[in-house]
Design a protein around this ligand. Structure first.
Ligand code: FAD
Length: 434
């Protein structure tokens, strides 16, 4: 059986059975399946929201067909297992782009809907789910439901963590672009205040994000590199997004190699890599959006214990407020935090009851899993997020408590009512443990 892991490789969890889903016209009958079921697509979720320990996984990767494309309106209908990479490969040469892309193109449409993913253009476009015009859901009762924005089942399904049934296909509204390039600007900033100064200019750019050195403290706290860009034409042959990986990590790096010292050196090198404070150039869209996709299996760098990604969103406050506190807690801890990804989310309302994005500042950062001390730090961060009225992203989570989840997602009981009774995940059971 192929591995059905999550991206962070923590926690472990094995399904007792896997059913492939091949035909959208004939999804597997679930009446004879014992125990809970859950769809599994590309496994790009970090924690346990794509795992169903002891239950059945529905492997949807063969639901991979494009169904229809209206080139004049930019409406694309495709099966839920189609990856964003496959879509970009077809639409970019025709002058279209996906409305929202995450930091990897190896994500399925069903996974993008189930986690209502966000990208570098959240301040303009909101989440992926805002651009879904219809989808079809197969419920375990055998019922098939086509739903669209405004339907409560749609609002439960977008950001619904795969718990409302099996998404068979979806229709997406694409956006026109002038070409396959990105006019990119990188600006180094020396501290968190510098980040906020640059974020104040976000409206002038379609895509914005910052890489931040989470280990720097004192006056350098929150220093990093701001990346922003707009679509543009690109000279030369079109760059295919499906160009394979260029570098592979051939073996698992032994535990302990990623430590505070190696991370500090890496972060310093990243910060200093750019000699001039401001750098402009036109780049193909793939390295701009998906820088990590060129390294195959990079999660092996974290060693056999796997790693945890922590992503939170907190309201913006004068002088940084909760996000400054979070940086302080991380930089003063012993944990070897990776470079963090920092972004200001915009005002756009997310369409799902359990969508994670909301107005504020979001930070995503990786920690090699080093047992209780890693978990203890993340509990401290949860408390800061909770007190600030923010949330932690379930797609990246493997450890938040039931109490934290209830505080971050007060609409969870609504989803529980619309959840397909046959569907559950390791995550859902964990955050509902008594
Ligand atoms: C390098 C990297 C960068 C990332 N960057 C971002 C980012 O910038 N923004 C962001 O929001 N996320 C980001 N992510 C997270 C990723 O986008 C989400 O976890 C996404 O949901 C993964 O999709 P998947 O196809 O791998 O689905 P899986 O991880 O396999 O499953 C995710 C969820 O979708 C459900 N699901 C999948 N298919 C179906 C279906 N057909 N019907 C019903 N439910 C289904 C599963 O049950 C599960 O609950 C990143 C991940 C990685 C590895």
């Amino acid at each position: 059986m192929p591995a059905y892991r999550s991206w962070g490789r923590y926690p472990a969890g094995s399904p007792s059975a896997v059913l492939p889903v091949v035909w959208r016209s004939d999804p597997p009958a679930l009446d004879r399946v014992a125990g809970p079921v859950l769809a599994y697509a590309c496994g790009r979720s970090y924690g346990d929201s794509c795992l169903n320990d002891g239950g059945t996984l529905l492997d949807v990767r063969r639901l991979d067909r494009l169904i229809a494309f209206d080139d004049s309106a930019g409406l694309l209908r495709c099966e839920a297992g189609v990856t964003l990479a496959d879509i970009l490969d077809v639409i970019v040469p025709r002058g279209w782009f996906l409305p929202v892309v995450p930091g990897t193109r190896w994500v399925s449409v069903g996974g993008a809907i189930a986690n209502d993913i966000h990208g570098k253009n959240h301040h303009r476009a909101g989440t992926f789910g805002r651009h879904v015009t219809r989808l079809e859901l197969a419920r375990s009762s055998g019922e098939r439901v086509v739903c669209s924005p405004g339907d409560s089942l749609f609002q439960a399904t977008v950001g619904g963590l795969g718990l409302t049934g099996l998404i068979l296909w979806a229709e997406l509204r694409l956006k026109r672009v002038p070409g396959a390039g990105i006019a990119q600007e990188r600006v180094r900033f020396p501290s968190l205040d510098g980040f906020f100064d640059l974020a104040a200019e976000d409206d002038a750019w379609e895509y914005t994000v910052a890489w931040v050195d989470c280990l720097a403290g004192g006056p350098r706290l929150g220093r990093g590199v701001y990346l922003r860009g707009d679509h543009t034409a690109m000279e030369g042959p079109p760059a295919s997004p499906v160009d394979g990986t260029r570098l592979d990590i051939p073996f698992e790096v032994p535990a302990g190699v990623v430590n505070r010292l190696t991370m500090r050196l890496f972060n310093e090198a990243y910060y200093r890599r750019q000699l001039r404070r401001r750098q402009r150039k036109i780049v193909p869209y793939a390295p701009f959006f998906f820088p990590l996709d060129v390294v195959g299996d990079w999660t092996r760098l974290y060693g056999p214990g796997g790693f945890l990604q922590y992503q939170c969103v907190v309201p913006e406050a004068p002088a940084g407020g909760p996000i400054r506190t979070i940086f302080e807690r991380i930089s003063r801890s012993d944990e070897p935090a990776s470079l963090g990804v920092l972004k200001r989310f915009g005002e756009a309302r997310s369409p799902g009851w359990l969508s994670f994005p909301r107005k504020g500042i979001t930070l995503a950062v990786d920690f090699p899993f080093r047992g209780p001390r890693t978990l203890a730090l993340l509990d401290v961060l949860d408390a800061v997020v909770r007190d600030a009225g923010g949330a932690v992203y379930p797609a990246k989570d493997a450890r938040m408590s039931a109490a934290s989840f209830a505080a971050f997602f007060p609409a969870a009981p609504r989803l529980e009512v619309r959840r397909d009774p046959k569907y559950s995940s390791s995550f859902w059971r964990r955050v509902h443990a008594a």
